[in-house]
Design a protein around this ligand. Sequence first.
Ligand SMILES: Nc1nc2c([nH]c(=O)n2[C@@H]2O[C@H](COP(=O)(O)OP(=O)(O)OP(=O)(O)O)[C@@H](O)[C@H]2O)c(=O)[nH]1
Length: 132
Amino acid sequence: MIQVTCALIVDDQNRLFAAQRSESMNLPLKWEFPGGKIEPDETTQECLIREIFEELNITIKIVKDLPTNIHNYPTFAIALIPFVCNYVSGELILKEHAQFKWLHKNELLDLDWAEADIPILHHYLNLINAKS
Ligand SMILES: Nc1nc2c([nH]c(=O)n2[C@@H]2O[C@H](COP(=O)(O)OP(=O)(O)OP(=O)(O)O)[C@@H](O)[C@H]2O)c(=O)[nH]1
């Protein structure tokens, strides 16, 4: 099973960052939280900081970890390890994705998400709805 970290990046208006995978990527044109596979000798947190810089050219701060979601796609299985994060610095430049959106909580479920992300999205929405 592949171990993949992902970032739920929240801005100062409580919007969440979503990125669309490009046509040439696995799961083409699906929406996801940016991140990627853990390499040997790095922690999940180190992986996420590295991936976000590689993919988006920004530095983030990890705020909170959310429960890992294990998902079986038809051809592979994934353990998707999510973290709530804040933007720290850098100009946002998309290096790999087709496009991105900053979304309010009521817009989040409208996108065509990668299946493994959907339980994570619901967990996040339950969390913020419980707070408000
Ligand atoms: N980054 C990321 N990958 C996800 C998410 N949801 C999901 O199913 N995946 C799957 O997890 C796998 C790993 O993602 P990736 O391709 O971004 O990782 P990577 O950059 O380290 O891989 P690479 O070096 O093969 O390009 C992909 O098969 C992708 O489809 C998500 O929210 N974020």
